[in-house]
Design a protein around this ligand. Sequence first.
Ligand code: SAH
Length: 280
Amino acid sequence: MKAETQATAQAVARHYDFITRFYEIIGSRGLHFGYWPEGDAGGSLGEAQQRFTERMIALLGSRNGQRVLDLGCGLGEPAMRLARSTGCDVVGITISPRQAAEAEQWARLQGTSGQGTGGRTTFLCANALALPFPDQSFDAAWALESILHMPERATVSRELARVLRPGGRLLIADFVLSADATAEERSFLEHAFVARDFPTAGTYPELARDVGFEVEQVLDVSRNVLASYEAVAAAIQEKETEVRRAYGDAFLAGVREQWAHITRIGSSRMGYVVLIARRR
Ligand code: SAH
């Protein structure tokens, strides 16, 4: 693996080892944006995050007995919800050692931990660029807001194609940069999101086709996730005592300011897509 690639992975791992608790405090154990039906921006961030996961589960369409890879699993909340509601077995990987340990611990408490009998979850710390799984060992895979952090996307998509069996479904949900973003805005967002070469709307379909996926749908859900910016700001306000206790005053002030900046730029220059593809 190239030194630059390793440095990125280490930076992402450090970032999540540090920041995960913050996201958990302000929202839920699902570390992603929220989802709102068109025209409805109400409710808390945590509720909208849960709705997001439920929407992704419906779009993935996995069934009882299938084996699903969760690429960039965070604290494992989406994987556990998927396993519980469909009866499939989910294997989650994350580059953050702390997340992997916490996900496994939480799964044990919730009773989903274990392998292969339906509705089970397994979590491990691994790099998406070199998946520790045999060829064609999964029936489906999803990546929720994770490939953004992986600059060597061609390698990641080849790995996904390798571990999925023919006919297996892939779902990618992620942020995309709009064409009218300036170089300065782009570099701010890359820094803020710990990303390199911020993807655009065309990135994911092209990557998928290049490695032998048939693209079934590309959904633009930008409007459905847009209320997340305000919901995060409101949640920081509401949970400020807890955030301060966990991270201190300077962090709280910094994160408020940074989120205001992210909102200004992100809400106008970033979109959000869900790609659904099938391995040929
Ligand atoms: N999908 C989860 C977490 C999203 S946060 C959820 O929706 O709750 C992004 C996740 O991507 C983190 O878990 C991070 O560790 C993971 N990630 C980023 N780069 C990675 C890499 N190279 N290999 C494995 N996981 C990675």
